[in-house]
Design a protein around this ligand. Structure first.
Ligand code: XIL
Length: 367
């Protein structure tokens, strides 16, 4: 297995994306052969196309969060991103603070570049995130706003940002992380300034600004059906009862190799949300390892990635799977979880890890 993965590392080079053009039948044939055998990973790994080819073949979105500094500076980064993924999200660039250096000034320089890259490479975009309790500028958090003023700022922000990219963003994380681990509403700048209605105001304004974009509530720690997932379920049900536009729930999925998720409980959560007519996107997956990582940790990491992608592929309401970065060279993990790292499918030299092949295996499995 290991040897074949090393071999495959040499063969996942950039010309694979041309294969469906040169041999249009290629991707279909690999999937069909796999369906015949009914098993995973039975194909010779050196005959495998990139993730986005496998994904597009089954009308699925496979993506990564983008570091715009790396996007600007690294050719290798851009090549792999464009070759492997058909959807991208901005890791930080579309958050409130970078877009709003001052109250009356928006700065779209970096986010425009990010959107242009996606369009050039025929990639979809998940917009992240319109309303969050962090990444807020000091002019906002330290201002003395009346409730009406805070509502006006929120509405203006959403109208301007969503309006600017209208028709170019398939899904927006409208509200990010509004619920605490104990299931109560998080105490945030927005909840204090406006009250819990900030959530409905945000969804309504986003729908008006781009009626085509899917609108998501996004959070962590609510991947499995459990107490936090239930609190989110109650929230989205109450929004639906008031006719507030919401299309889906994003599950972030930042996990560690020592505390993986139970695929059945994740599937159960997706089923419950499907029964409400809601989509579920996996929006920020990474699987951190304790450093220094061992080969067996990397193998286990591959299984976890594969299991979660398979749960999504098998669910009727999940068609988008995004990792929080793609190369260990650019990942938030080591900055925030001391002693942990190596959480992504490519290593810091851009070589595919077992996790990458786990994702390929999942995309070649028929459900
Ligand atoms: C993180 C970024 O990865 C970091 O670079 C930044 O310093 C902080 O935010 N949940 C989210 C993401 O919704 O926006 C966060 O991204 C990670 C956790």
């Amino acid at each position: 297995m290991l040897c074949s993965r090393i071999l495959a590392a040499f063969t996942t080079c950039s010309f694979w994306f041309l294969l469906p053009v040169v041999f249009p039948i290629f991707a279909d044939r690999t999937l069909a052969e796999n369906a015949e055998t009914g098993t995973r990973g039975t194909l010779k790994e050196d005959s495998r196309p990139a993730l986005r080819i496998l994904a597009s073949d089954r009308d699925f979105n496979i993506g990564a969060a983008v570091n715009v500094g790396a996007l600007r500076d690294s050719t290798r980064y851009r090549e792999i991103l464009a070759r492997e993924f058909n959807i991208i999200t901005a890791e930080n660039t579309m958050k409130f603070k970078p877009l709003r250096p001052q109250r009356d000034r928006f700065d779209f320089t970096a986010s425009d570049r990010f959107v242009a890259f996606a369009q050039t490479h025929q990639m979809k975009i998940r917009g992240h995130a319109l309303v969050w309790h962090t990444a807020l500028p000091v002019w906002l958090t330290e201002g003395d706003w009346s409730r009406e003023e805070a509502i006006a700022i929120l509405e203006n922000h959403i109208k301007t940002v969503v309006g600017r990219y209208r028709g170019r963003i398939v899904a927006w994380d409208v509200i990010n992380e509004a619920i605490d681990d104990d299931g109560t509403f998080r105490d945030t700048f927005w909840s204090r300034a406006i009250g819990p209605e900030y959530i409905e105001i945000a969804f309504r304004t986003a729908r008006e600004a781009d009626p085509e974009a899917l609108l998501f509530y996004n959070d962590f720690g609510a991947e499995e059906w459990g107490s936090k997932a239930e609190a989110i379920y109650q929230l989205v049900r109450s929004l639906q009862a008031k006719n507030i536009p919401i299309d889906g729930v994003g599950v972030q999925m930042h996990v560690s190799v020592e505390s993986p998720l139970d695929p059945q409980k994740v599937a159960e959560n997706m089923r419950r949300l499907a029964a409400l007519g809601l989509r579920v996107d996996i929006t920020e997956m990474d699987v951190r390892l304790k450093k220094p990582a061992r080969e067996e940790d990397r193998e286990r990491q591959a299984e976890i990635y594969q299991e979660m992608l398979e749960v999504c592929l098998a669910a009727e309401n999940c068609n988008t799977f995004v990792t929080w970065g793609f190369s260990d060279r650019y990942s938030w993990v080591s900055g925030i979880f001391k002693g942990w790292g190596e959480a992504l499918p490519f290593d810091s030299d851009y070589q595919p890890k077992p996790a990458y092949y786990g994702l390929q295996d999942a995309l070649m499995t028929t459900f």
